[in-house]
Design a protein around this ligand. Structure first.
Ligand code: APR
Length: 253
């Protein structure tokens, strides 16, 4: 099922980088962005909605959508891909896990120190003063019945500004320290697994290019072809939840 060379690289890895996208949560029932998505992405221009100006223009629509997504995440469970990724970290000397996902399924599967390149649904903050805001553990279920629920965002305890989702919006910079760590890890690693991302959103799409061509190797796990197919040394065209447990077993059991 797997090339011996790939298994050997995984077994001997001294620093493995794992980059995930929405595809790793697809088998947990969380819709990806560019697959056939809930109506919202078709009815509204994503870059308008998932942006500061979109939020300022219609805070209730944008906050309602993120609460709907948070409710989806709270109801979802990690899938075998998340668990296999957490198990890899227990087997190898150094694993840096970085994700574009704003859910906490990696953490709930046992992964630690996850680099959230695009922020997190669970870390909202004040739009005006940046103060963190503690959301109730359960999303407001009566109002998040559908993707277009409108919910007025809460207000900051300190300055009364509107609370915004803790995600990186289009046009915003990635968290500076997280981005620096991600670049350093990709430069240093000897193996990079790129799992479930279409690789169309920059600057994250550039990370596989940071892998040292002499020392490193890129492996893609995605049932569809992406722009990464040409750069990856191995393209495993399978669903992450199906193939990652097999890859783990082939290398470590
Ligand atoms: N296993 C592996 N890959 C999968 C699976 C699966 N079960 N199901 C779908 N995929 C792949 C799809 O083929 C696609 O290439 O996951 C990828 C998901 O791509 P996108 O929906 O574009 O998600 P992602 O790459 O994470 O988007 C990046 O774009 O909208 C912004 O900020 C948002 O973080 C997001 C960023």
């Amino acid at each position: 099922m797997f090339a011996d060379t790939l298994i050997e690289k995984l077994q001997k890895s001294q620093h493995l980088v794992i980059l995930t996208g929405a595809g790793v949560s697809a088998e947990s029932g969380i819709a990806t962005f560019r697959d056939a998505l809930t109506g919202l992405w078709k009815k509204y221009d994503a870059e308008t909605l998932a942006s500061e100006q979109g939020f300022r223009a219609d805070p209730a629509l944008v906050w309602g959508w993120y609460e709907w997504r948070r409710k989806q995440v709270l109801q979802a469970k990690p899938n075998p891909a998340h668990y296999a990724i957490a198990q890899l970290a227990e087997q190898l000397p150094k694993v840096t896990l970085m994700t574009q996902n704003v859910d906490d399924l990696h953490e709930r599967a046992g992964s630690h120190n996850v680099l959230h390149l695009h922020g997190s649904l669970h870390q909202p903050r004040c739009l005006d003063c940046d103060q963190a805001y503690d959301l109730p553990k359960q999303a407001d279920s009566k109002n998040t019945s559908n993707v277009e629920s409108r919910i007025d965002p809460p207000h900051c305890y300190d300055c009364d500004g509107p609370i915004r989702p803790g995600v990186v919006w289009f046009g915003e910079q990635l968290p500076v320290n997280v981005w620096k760590l991600a670049q350093e890890a990709c430069r240093e690693c000897d193996l990079m697994l790129v799992i479930g991302t279409s690789g169309v959103v920059w600057p994250v799409a550039d990370l596989p290019n940071f892998v040292n061509k002499d020392r490193g190797c890129v492996v893609q796990i995605n049932p569809n072809i992406t722009s990464l197919n040409g750069l990856a040394s191995y393209n495993l065209s399978e669903k992450a939840g199906a193939i990652l447990p097999k890859l783990y077993a082939a290398a470590f059991t």
